[in-house]
Ligand binder design. Structure first.
Ligand code: ADP
Ligand code: MG
Length: 625
């Protein structure tokens, strides 16, 4: 509880006690009025004040206005002797109680998201000349050596120089099993070092590190509103004046009609009904619970390693009926192994060496695996004029020779004849000085959960799954058959992937999600209705372009994200139907005189409390599968 909440609670309790005490005081007339004004003003002064301020500012119709008019009206009726002040105080009291409860609930879900925020490191231990010094993570230069003790949080992304330990990544990925790391492994910031002392060389500044990026995402998520949220605020703008008009009509029309018919007009009875009508009509439950549900949903998703950049994306995710996957690094591990080197007129080792050197600057998974397969130390002075063409391959000058490596299309573009070869896997063709020099076959392995994820997506009602790849037909078909996607398109250039997605987007009723690992698919990520980037370790461009970021690269998280989104939207819908249903029912009861202000305020606060409790369920959605 914050101090403000404590103060409010005290105000509520004191006014409630005063109200109950006054019920036993037999005062009459002005004395009675004065006594009752004490709890009324104590509990309601801020609302009255806000209502006045709203009127002055020209924004008349808000819930403060509704509450003020209703209670002042009730007091006026009390003065005229045809009502009692208890209702004015009770209405304010319950309204404030509801507000208090809601602020408490918001605080609670904020704290849960705050648990995510807890990954913010306070300091980094920088090693300087054998000594370590605690400094602000912001001040650590890229390439510094930092030490992380057991129990501390890794402040900045880096590579392990020495030491071995287990890392707790739960706060980032939702994965509860610790990950063991040793020399040479990459470590992302935000993990907790569990067992051993680690010395790291930082590979990024704090601002570009995983932690800072996540915090940035979470902090900005609230600013993107969902369609329903816009709908509700537009709704409230029309609704409140409409309700005030209806209340006015209820207060004036029936008495006038009675007068015209020669009956008693019963002014105060109809005024009372009109005021009750106002109390009930307050749309707070909706206005409050919907953003709260999205907020909780984003928090719940975050807790299991799915970062959603805004409520609008959560909404779109719930409506997804087509999921398009990139192949390499998304459905497959993206770690290729060389399964054969077929040189034309040189030794296999020499071909591999030339290729690895030409590929040495690329971050493409194929390049990395070729360099790893060669195993030699990359001497950058041997390689010049490196040029990479995405979706094709690379070209570079190695030891003075012009080496090109890539797919068939790349060879064609360079004017190199290249023979047919029917190898199972991805074929990297190589030319040296413009002459075909042979090929290397690399193959990737599936991620363990790819097939299961596709099956579960289908079970969850996703109608269509598609795989897009720049790889050759044979490799693409093999993967597609193994994971069970409905459709494959192979040999696509990055821009052709965009075109393929656009084609799929046309005449589609639901939303289309594209899942990529971010190596050259940022354009597709931004073109799809929802771009999902896998692995916070993927490229920064992808994380910028994506709408949803999966902290680890497990395809099962996609299913999870969709389930969380659906649940969140279901809760929103329940709240809308429930709140509006109860409102309409109460309004009818009041209009015909079957219920009084007490029922009104109970209905209002009751609906709000239930709607808020329901909204909070979205926060827990992450805990289930
Ligand atoms: P994917 O759609 O599977 O992610 P990419 O669009 O990254 O594939 O690449 C498509 C194809 O282009 C690869 O299968 C490979 O044949 C070729 N290619 C791309 N980059 C390179 C590279 N650096 N070295 C060799 N081949 C490459
Ligand atoms: Mg790719």
């Amino acid at each position: 509880m914050t101090r403000k909440q404590k103060k409010m609670l005290a105000r509520i309790l004191v006014s409630a006690a005063l109200m109950v005490a006054l019920l036993f005081v037999p005062a009459e007339g002005w004395l009675r009025f004065t006594l009752w004004m004490v709890p009324y003003l104590l509990i309601g002064y801020d609302i009255l004040w806000d209502a006045v301020r709203g009127i002055v500012a020209g924004q008349v119709f808000d819930e403060n206005f509704l509450m003020a008019v209703a209670t002042v009206g009730a007091v006026a009726l009390g003065l005229m002797g045809s009502g009692d002040y208890t209702e004015a105080v009770a209405v304010m009291l319950f309204y404030q109680l509801g507000e208090w409860f809601q602020s408490y609930a918001v605080g609670k879900s904020r704290r849960s998201i705050g648990a995510l925020m807890d990954i913010r490191p306070d300091f980094a231990r920088v090693e300087r000349g054998g000594e370590t010094e605690e400094v602000d993570p912001d001040e650590v230069a890229v390439g510094s050596v930092i030490v992380v003790q057991p129990g501390e949080r890794v402040p900045i992304d880096g590579v392990v120089l020495s030491g071995a330990s287990d890392l707790d990544t739960a706060a980032l990925t939702g994965e509860s099993l610790p990950r063991d790391v040793g020399e040479g492994d990459e470590v992302i910031s935000g993990c907790i070092n569990l067992t051993g002392v680690l010395r790291l060389r930082t590979t990024k500044g704090y601002g570009e590190s995983t932690v800072a990026r996540i915090l940035d995402l979470v902090e900005n998520a609230g600013s993107r509103k969902a369609r329903v949220e816009h709908f509700i605020s537009r709704f409230a703008r029309v609704y409140t004046p409409a309700v005030c008009g209806a209340a006015l009509a209820l207060a004036v029309l029936p008495p006038v009609v009675c007068l015209a018919l020669g009956d008693a007009p019963l002014w105060s009875q109809w005024l009372y009904r009109a005021l009750t009508f106002l109390v009930i009509s307050c749309p707070c439950a909706l206005v409050i619970s919907i953003p709260l549900t999205f907020f909780a949903g984003i928090g719940g998703a975050g807790r299991c390693g799915v970062l959603v950049k805004g409520a609008n994306f959560l909404e779109a995710l719930a409506d997804t009926d087509c999921v398009v996957f990139d192949k390499t690094g998304t459905l497959t591990r993206g770690t290729f192994s060389v399964s054969g080197v077929y040189p034309q007129h040189m030794a296999a080792q020499e071909l591999l060496e030339l290729t690895a050197l030409a590929e040495s600057a690329s971050s493409h998974p194929i390049s990395r695996s070729l360099v790893a397969a060669w195993g030699g130390e990359v001497d950058r002075s041997r390689v010049q004029n490196i040029h990479e063409r995405s979706g094709h391959g690379v070209q570079a000058t190695v030891d003075g020779r012009s080496v090109a490596a890539g797919n068939r299309r790349w060879m064609a573009e360079l004017g190199v004849d290249c023979p047919d070869c029917a190898a199972a896997g991805t074929v990297v063709h190589i030319s040296v000085d413009g002459v075909y020099a042979g090929y290397i076959v690399v193959s990737d392995t599936l991620k363990p959960h790819s097939a299961e994820a596709i099956a579960q997506l289908k079970a969850a009602g996703v109608k269509k799954t598609v795989m897009l790849t720049g790889d050759n037909e044979a490799a693409a078909q093999a993967v597609a058959a193994a994971v069970g996607v409905d459709e494959v398109r192979s040999r696509l250039l990055p821009q052709e992937k965009v075109a393929a997605v656009e084609q799929l987007l046309a005449n589609r009723r639901g939303k289309l999600a594209f899942v990529g690992d971010g190596v050259n698919d940022a354009p597709v990520l931004s073109r799809a209705d929802i771009g999902i980037a896998m692995g916070a370790m993927g490229s920064d461009a992808a994380i910028e372009a994506a709408d949803v970021v999966l902290m680890d690269d497990d395809p099962m998280k996609i299913v999870r994200a969709i389930r969380i989104a659906r649940r969140c939207l279901a809760i929103v819908r329940q709240n809308i139907v429930f709140a509006l249903g109860v409102k309409v029912l109460c309004l009818l009861l009041v209009a015909v005189g079957a219920a009084g202000m007490w029922l009104g305020i109970f209905a209002d606060v009751g609906v709000m409390v239930l709607a808020v409790l329901n909204a909070m369920r979205a926060l827990r959605a992450g805990g289930e599968n």
